[in-house]
Every structure is written in C-alpha cells, then in structure tokens.
Design a protein around this ligand. Structure first.
Ligand SMILES: Cc1cc2nc3c(=O)[nH]c(=O)nc-3n(C[C@H](O)[C@H](O)[C@H](O)COP(=O)(O)OP(=O)(O)OC[C@H]3O[C@@H](n4cnc5c(N)ncnc54)[C@H](O)[C@@H]3O)c2cc1C
Length: 280
C-alpha cells in the first residue's frame, strides 16, 4: 500500500492513452509524487481504486508488466459513471489512485507447471501482468496455453501483441468469438470460449488453470476445465464485486466469510465454488 491510511488517493498523471476497442482503452499512468512512484509496486492480479474527483471511484486491475516501475497501465471498459468520465480525460490529466489492493494470481504455485489461461473479453487485462511475468521468467514455468474469447473480433484486446506472445517459447494461443458481424473477417473459431477446450493440449495433471472474464463465462470455463481433468484446487479465478473501500470495511464485496477486496480478487475454485452453484 502506498499510504498507511489506505483511504487517501494519490494523484497519478495520464501519460499515454491507447484505444484497444470501441469501448476499451489502456491508460498509462505515473504517480505525480516521485516518492510515491518509487514506493509503488504491484503483483499480477492486484487492482487500484481509481478516483475521478467529483465523480466517483471504481476498482480497476493493473494490466501491465509488474516489473516496470516508472508507470503502469489500467485497461478500462467504459460502462458507467467513472469509466465513462475517464474517456473524457486526456494526457496530462490527473486521476486519484489508492492501492495496490488484493492478492495475486498463483505466481508461486504455477512455478514448474504447465499453465492454461482462459480469458473472456476484458478478462485478459488482469491476466496480462501474469502473462508478462511468465514471459520474463520463462524457464521457471512450463508450457503456456491461452484461450481467448470475445463477443466479436472487434472486442479482442491487445491484438497488436499476440504475434509476439505466440512467438515466445512453449506458448500457444487459440481464439474464439461468439459471432462475426455481417461483412466481418474471421478465420478462427466461432463459438463461446469453452469450445476451445476441444483443442486443449495442456495436460491437466500437475497444471494450473487461470480464468478471468464475465462470471457466467468463468463458471462454464471452470466446469469445462474440470471436465477436461483439472481438479477444483488447480483452478484459479478472479472475481468482480461492487466495492467501496478496498480494505474489508464496507462489506459490499463479501462472499460468506471472504472479502473479494482482500482475500481475493483471485480465488481458488475450491474456495468459492458456492458462487457458481451446482453443475459438476
Ligand atoms: C477487483 C476488480 C478489478 C476490476 N478491474 C477492471 C479492469 O481492469 N477494467 C475494467 O474496465 N473494469 C474493471 N473492474 C470492473 C469495474 O470496477 C466496474 O465496471 C465498475 O463498476 C466501473 O465503475 P463505473 O463507475 O464506471 O460504473 P458504474 O456506474 O458503477 O456502473 C457499472 C455497471 O453497473 C451497473 N450498476 C450501477 N450501480 C449498480 C448497483 N448498485 N448494483 C448493480 N449494478 C449497478 C451500471 O448500470 C453499469 O452497467 C474491476 C472490478 C473489480 C472488483
């Protein structure tokens, strides 16, 4: 945490803006105060509470390489008051940030193992720091297989990076879209992301699966992973819940005895399977 008081936001300057899709943008940010900038570190899977002064606050995951210390990225889909107001900001404007909050993807647990990543839509953003970490520490991890699905081809994020990702040793990426609009060009799979399990090469024994996307997608991806041989303890997901404080005070993100802001957002499937109900 940057401050002893986790409720105080620090000013961060927007240094770069990159459109990913028609509704999703990556903002590169750097803390205004050099002391805060030097202190700030995050691990893959964590998030900040982003404040737009006079408008509100929203939890947003870091989407960049966690080893880059000067700046970091937030990839944001404009859906509501804070995220839409962000689209009206420009380079040089200042937002407030509190964080980093939450736990991390199973960086340690995955060491020495093959990894299956299943991402849906904007769910690839919180997974990107983990993917960057695996690429930076390649010998410590086994094979990496990524299934990435989106509603349409124009909803895929980070498309300009996929060639580089796929050229990394031991890396395989498969894509699917739910539908291709009339006149659209798409020569990969059409269907929900779970259809890609039919082509899975990851051997579940000793592997881990990381899943992030809309809750219904995570439910069926977890079911598919278990159908393919993953045990519940080998599956990790990142949950989204409405939250205000980020530090277990407001109770908005509570699930049973767990708080998404502090015990999560990354959970082992076995810990939170009640969220997804019966099915397997
Ligand atoms: C840990 C975590 C990480 C996240 N990371 C990202 C990320 O990297 N990128 C990203 O784009 N998003 C991310 N989100 C989601 C993001 O925080 C939400 O979309 C947030 O609500 C956006 O805030 P807003 O003010 O723009 O939207 P809001 O005004 O909160 O509206 C968002 C949507 O929720 C609906 N809504 C509003 N109020 C309520 C209510 N009381 N109950 C139910 N629905 C309501 C609205 O109609 C709208 O559809 C993350 C969420 C969590 C919990």
């Amino acid at each position: 945490m940057i401050h002893e008081n986790p409720h105080i936001p620090d000013g961060a300057v927007i240094q770069g803006i990159k459109a990913q899709t028609y509704d999703t943008t990556t903002y590169t940010l750097s803390f205004r105060d050099p002391a805060v900038r030097d202190r700030y570190r995050f691990v893959p899977g964590q998030f900040n509470m982003m404040t737009l002064f006079g408008i509100g606050e929203a939890p947003i995951s870091m989407s960049s390489d966690p080893t880059c210390q000067e700046s970091f990225d937030h990839t944001v889909r404009a859906v509501g008051s804070v995220t839409r107001a962000l689209t009206r900001m420009g380079v040089g404007d200042v937002v407030g940030l509190r964080g980093p909050f939450g736990n991390q993807w199973p960086v340690k647990e995955a060491e020495g193992k093959d990894i299956l990543i299943v991402a849906g839509g904007i769910g690839l953003a919180p997974l990107r720091p983990f993917i960057m970490h695996v690429f930076a520490s390649r010998p410590r991890y086994g094979k990496l297989e990524i299934f990435y699905g989106a509603r349409t081809p124009s909803d895929l994020l980070f498309t300009d990076e996929f060639a580089a990702w796929q050229s990394q040793p031991g890396t395989r990426m498969l894509f699917s879209v739910d539908k291709v609009p009339e006149g659209g060009v798409w020569d990969r799979t059409v269907g929900v992301v779970t259809v890609l399990f039919e082509e899975m090469q990851t051997r579940p024994g000793g592997a881990v699966a990381l899943i992030c996307g809309p809750e219904v997608m995570m439910k069926f991806a977890a079911f598919s992973a278990m159908g393919a041989g993953f045990a519940p303890e080998q599956i990790y997901l990142s949950l989204e819940r409405r939250m205000q404080c980020g530090v277990c005070l407001c109770g908005h993100c509570q699930i049973g005895s767990k708080y998404v802001c502090k015990d999560g957002p990354v959970f082992n499937y076995d810990e939170i399977k009640q969220v997804f109900g019966p099915g397997m």
